[in-house]
Design a protein around this ligand. Sequence first.
Ligand SMILES: Cc1cc2nc3c(=O)[nH]c(=O)nc-3n(C[C@H](O)[C@H](O)[C@H](O)COP(=O)(O)OP(=O)(O)OC[C@H]3O[C@@H](n4cnc5c(N)ncnc54)[C@H](O)[C@@H]3O)c2cc1C
Length: 209
Amino acid sequence: MRRTVFNEDHEAFRETIRDFIAAEVVPHYDAWREAGQAPREFYKKLGELGVFGIEVPEEYGGAGETSFKFNAVITEETARAGVSFGGSSVHTALCLPYLLKYANEEQKRRWLPSFVTGDMMTAIAMTEPGTGSDLAGMKTTAKLSEDGTHYVLNGAKTFITGGVLADRVLVCARTAPPTPRTAAAAYPSSWWTPRARATRSAASWRSWA
Ligand SMILES: Cc1cc2nc3c(=O)[nH]c(=O)nc-3n(C[C@H](O)[C@H](O)[C@H](O)COP(=O)(O)OP(=O)(O)OC[C@H]3O[C@@H](n4cnc5c(N)ncnc54)[C@H](O)[C@@H]3O)c2cc1C
């Protein structure tokens, strides 16, 4: 049965992605699996291909697409070839919506252009050594410094996809001790922070599976 969900533009994009996978991913994939992650340059290539800017508004360097169909094409083509684009789906599907919804205009102008090119890779840190599905048990705190100029994060995160290579990490943290109300909130607070000290991302290893 022929699908009608994709149009000519999607199919042209599919050809581009298929060729890219054959040339830039398949020949290196075993080595990346061995290393536990794709190299940083690979994400720059995805940026050059336009993969990171699909849903970013045009004024920030993206294509301004509002549907998920182009990303669905990527999912289909990586599955077809039995490969993955590493942590790129966290960059586009999880971190980007936060940026588009919560960043102010100055922040969007500062971050989105390099988000699109792959010069700034992102990750999201929710899970902690003692907290997985139930984020209400999260212990990481964010406290305002005494001079009120910045927040100090204190805690540990684990299983962060792309965490080793990320330039900026969206960190979920508490600003106050849990109460019955805040304990029920899935995302008490989120901070956009430069990558601190990441060791090895267990999740990025497991993402290859
Ligand atoms: C490939 C991969 C990539 C990941 N990437 C990220 C990332 O980028 N950022 C990030 O923050 N985290 C990431 N994670 C972590 C992921 O979000 C957690 O693994 C997930 O939230 C589950 O937490 P947990 O492993 O501690 O399991 P637990 O929460 O301890 O759950 C264990 C089992 O108990 C069940 N369970 C839990 N609570 C209940 C309940 N109340 N009632 C009934 N059953 C329950 C669960 O369904 C599960 O079967 C990643 C994980 C994987 C595997």
